[in-house]
Design a protein around this ligand. Sequence first.
Ligand SMILES: [Zn+2]
Length: 477
Amino acid sequence: MEKYTEKFANKIVQLCISKYNSLKKTGKPKNEAEWTLLSCFVQEEQCSHTLKVVALGTGSKCIGSHQLPSAGDVLHDSHAEVVARRAFMLYLISEVRMAAEGHSSIFEVKDGTYYLKSGILFHFYTSHTPCGDASIFLKQEWLECVGNVLETKEEPTISPSVPIGNSDTEPPVKKRRCQGSSDFEDQITLQNTENAHVKSDDIKKMDDLEKEKTNLAVCTGDVNEVLSDTFRTGAKCVAGEAPDPKLPGSKYHITGVLRTKPGRGDPTLSLSCSDKIFKWTILGVQGALLMILLKKPVYIATIVIGRCPYSQEAMKRAIYGRFEDGLNNLNLPEGFSVQTPALVQSNIDFAHSRINIAKTASEGSKLIPTPTSIIWSDTSVHRESQEVATNGRRLGCTKKNIGTSKSWVSICRKAISCLMLDLLKDARWEPADFNQLTYSDLKYYSESYNQAWNILKSKCLSNWTVKPKHIKDFKVK
Ligand SMILES: [Zn+2]
């Protein structure tokens, strides 16, 4: 675990940002007031000491419960973490197919079951603290973190694939100046604007605090009042969980509970990214369908968070600590285990983050999240060019094309289950009738995954939202 230091985190972030920069402009923020969030999966091959980005997603939108389609052809949740994870599922499916066809792959096959080769690890980068539980922490904690992050940091170099731990290629160390107050002011609005509830007078007080810090002066009572407050999230507690007390200051939120995605308007049934990432630590990131063929789930070794308001303590709580009691003596099926990924923050900014856009936007301009999501994976689907989604459908699809494959993005349920069905057919997997299978049927065949999910729900996630049955009953073919 020793290697998962900030230096390692910076290498991961360099690669991810370099991949993002190499993509075309379509789907990226279009003007000086737009921002987005970025997440990626990075593959490490321990024997060759290489790292490469294998999946990428951007975005911050989520569709409401009343817009949930019944044909499986719309992406419900377009938060960067979820988009990247679904793009990663495409990558895994493609690698299983490569192994099935006898090509070079990260998987090997034995008696029809696929095993991830030893020495292959996956790291997950996200440019911001995940929405939901991980976003609730004292402003004071973050300020201390900023102090640490800013003192002496390296300026990273960018390369498409960097070796790990090769000291010959280390960039020179440069000193960074401690941030000025205007810079600092931008920092204190959480990246998910819909989450953020930092009042302008809070900004002023925290700005004052930064001046105080710089001058080594003593904090004022007002400043202490701000610092003892927590960052807030628009992610709402799900039914059945204890509600937020909504009292002043740090008593506004309850911590450790399941929340749905933040947002205005039609409420969503999608869980916050903090909750989804926790689920991945037990069930893996490959999804239910691929588990039909895999021996073990695919887990994340490290979660790297970009430079943004962050608390290690809140992140730990959100990603595994809050469920410690429930996780004791979990009798999971063979292959499944409780993971505690390393959590590391990088000191590298993402240029299109809200914080950075706020620094350069003209005074008075209203910052808005880019409505589009970029989807990219290291597969034949995206090698030529990224895909772009808006409102869960392919960007630019006409009304006439809605309901046809021309409107699907490659990571919607419909597209992924079609790919999986083809793979299962080729792997000579034999269900009752391929042509009649619905998405629910297909999921049903993933026995170990279903068993693990039921155990996890009963012990830790009993209030997880249930989506209406009709949205899972579409025919795969
Ligand atoms: Zn999120």
